[in-house]
Design a protein around this ligand. Structure first.
Ligand SMILES: C[S@@+](CC[C@H](N)C(=O)[O-])C[C@H]1O[C@@H](n2cnc3c(N)ncnc32)[C@H](O)[C@@H]1O
Length: 376
């Protein structure tokens, strides 16, 4: 894997997270390179510039621009962690970047805003609305992304919330978008979080902008809810990759005295899960963890894990995250504890599960999904 980023700002070692041996994917893309080259050519940044970077995937931009003490805002805990690791790899002081989650923005004003176009349009919309509170009429705003990620809706959102846009030429399938801030622009109310009524319950489910299936219950999740384990003796239960937390919420209903731990690497997901649980159960004890899977959990500390695994990390599709969640589950489950997993039929999770746990029972299946249970 290529890990050396060679740009006008210098040569930097940049790695992806989670770290994988023989990973063929780079931790940056042509849009990062294009943006860094443009900033340098045009001398956009000076010592006095107050710089904010949105959605820097693994910290390549923050690392290359560390001399300008950037603020970096992201919804991804893994992205933030990667930024810290990459600062370390390049002997840069951790103090030269300030990392913010997607729901707690800094209150200062910025002179330069760099936006990597995120995969979810709703997240972009939420960010553009929040951005209005931290820019001045003279703020320079540049968006960057791969052409394939720049749908017409991306341009529409930028124009609706900020002002006219001008595209750069495309280079290596990447493009920059220059924004001409409109002083007369309308300031819209943030439509997020959005809510839906959870079928067959009295719950109104809160979903922040970047949450999986935020408009309605996902069909896979619905199938999982229909077949969840009920009234087991489990005391410590994890909703792994919780999204808005509906799975943990229903497990809490059927397990009165259990403690549910909601885990996701998205700040917006965990915040939504927390709001949903608190609305439903008031001050019943629960844990809400923004982190990478079960990495921070103690071995043999959990009785039951239920997981609808992610099938992509940002734009990269694959089973790797699911695979590492299964390994982590084996480590943290108590003896006789169980892991329940739902997956698209074609993902064949049972092969991995059986190899790890030595057993695998099909609980239910339909044309699209299968639910598996493995026991430690
Ligand atoms: C398919 S969604 C399932 C969401 C929810 N459990 C449901 O069924 O509606 C997978 C979730 O895993 C989360 N995720 C992705 N990578 C993760 C990681 N390394 N650690 C924890 N959560 C992760 C995603 O943010 C997403 O919310």
């Amino acid at each position: 894997m290529q890990t050396l980023l060679n740009v006008p700002q210098g040569r930097f070692e940049i790695q992806r997270l989670p770290y994988r041996k023989n990973d063929q994917l780079k931790a940056w893309d042509a849009a990062d390179e294009y943006l860094l080259a443009y900033l340098s050519e045009q001398g956009i940044l000076s010592e006095a510039s107050r710089l904010v970077i949105l959605n820097d995937k693994f910290g390549a931009l923050a690392t290359a621009l560390s001399a300008f003490f950037p603020v970096a805002i992201s919804d991804s805990w893994l992205s933030q962690q990667a930024t810290k690791i990459n600062f370390g790899l390049n002997n840069l002081s951790q103090g030269s970047v300030q990392l913010f989650g997607s729901l707690k923005w800094p209150s200062q004003l910025f002179d330069v805003v760099l936006i990597k176009i995120p995969k979810t349009l709703a997240l972009l919309e939420d960010q553009l609305i929040r951005l209005n509170a931290v820019i001045t009429p003279s703020t320079t705003i540049i968006a960057a992304g791969m052409v394939k990620a720049m749908s017409a809706n991306v341009w529409k959102l930028l124009e609706k919330h900020l002002g006219q846009t001008k595209p750069s030429l495309a280079k290596k399938k990447a493009r920059l978008i220059f924004v001409d801030l409109d002083a007369q622009r309308e300031h819209f109310k943030n439509p997020y979080p959005v809510y839906y009524a959870l079928e067959n319950t009295a719950y109104r489910i809160c979903n922040h902008a970047n949450v999986f299936s935020r408009e309605s219950l996902d069909i896979g999740t619905r199938f999982l809810l229909e077949h969840l384990p009920k009234n087991t003796q489990a005391k410590d239960i994890v909703d792994l990759g919780c999204g808005n937390g509906v799975v943990g919420l229903m497990l809490a209903e059927s397990h009165d005295s259990a403690q549910i731990k909601f885990v996701d690497e998205s700040y917006m997901a965990v915040c939504s899960a927390k709001e949903n649980f608190t609305q439903a159960f008031g001050n019943r004890s629960a844990e809400f963890c923004v982190t990478d899977g079960l990495t921070t959990f103690k071995p043999e500390s959990i009785d039951l894990i239920v997981c609808n695994p992610p099938f992509h990390q940002q734009n990269t599709v694959g089973n790797q995250i699911a695979s590492s969640m299964f390994k982590q589950s084996y480590r943290v489950l108590r003896k006789a504890g169980s892991l329940w997993v739902i997956g698209n039929r074609h993902l064949s999770y049972h092969i991995d599960l059986k190899r790890l746990f030595g057993n695998c029972q099909e609980i239910a299946s339909n044309k699209k999904f299968v639910i598996w249970q493995v026991k430690k």
